[in-house]
Design a protein around this ligand. Sequence first.
Ligand code: SAH
Length: 249
Amino acid sequence: MRVDVFTIFPSIVNNFCSESLLGKCRESGLLDLRNHDLREHTNDVHRTVDDSPFGGGAGMVMRAEPIFASVEAAQPPRPLFLLSPGGRRFDQAFAHELAATHEGPSGGFSLLCGRYEGIDHRVREHLVDGEISIGDVVLSGGEVAACLIIEAVTRLLPGAMGNAQSPVTESFGSTNLLEEPHFTRPADFRGWEVPDVLRGGNHAQVERWRLAQALHRTISQRPDLIEARNGLSNDELALLEEFPAIPYP
Ligand code: SAH
């Protein structure tokens, strides 16, 4: 999958995306990440990418020319998204949609990072295909949002993760529940013991316990997810009775 990022801080994105799983995916060729420095498409000695807003007011606005020039030179994979607090909210379903672009005609997608007060509106109107927000919060630039999106999407690519089941069973996976709690050795840590069922070796029982705990946790921490799947089935209600919730803070 090719991902092009347009930014005035290419090193932020490049450095973050060189470590751990992302670094490995770039080495293996699964992720072809290309960071473009918008300043390379300026033609004054100060390499200016911003200017003051028409109509006055606080802050600076990113100029349209370097952004258009950089995108036109790179011919990046489409869709090209502007990162913006007003965009469509990024979530796991959106991550799956973006991962699927690797099978599309351009084999990926692209991200444009804003800075300052934002960008000249003509970029929004005439250059990008959509806008993505990572949540109702305001960052100083789109780079951290780009890193977050690239990480969430790349791990969904076939072959990115060792265990092919991971994206299915984890939170917001196919069941749309939060994940059940995990434990590892020691079985007794400071007197806090691992639930017996996980040590009993009965795999069917372990799976039932896990589903019950995923349901309990989702009911207590994210009741909106339960509502979105139209409540609980009779089988699920029976499971909750059979296995009580383990404590949460
Ligand atoms: N003045 C703008 C905020 C600009 S913040 C406003 O009020 O909406 C500067 C840049 O940071 C934005 O252009 C965008 O690229 C990025 N950014 C800030 N918050 C973001 C968010 N929640 N999601 C994605 N990008 C964001």
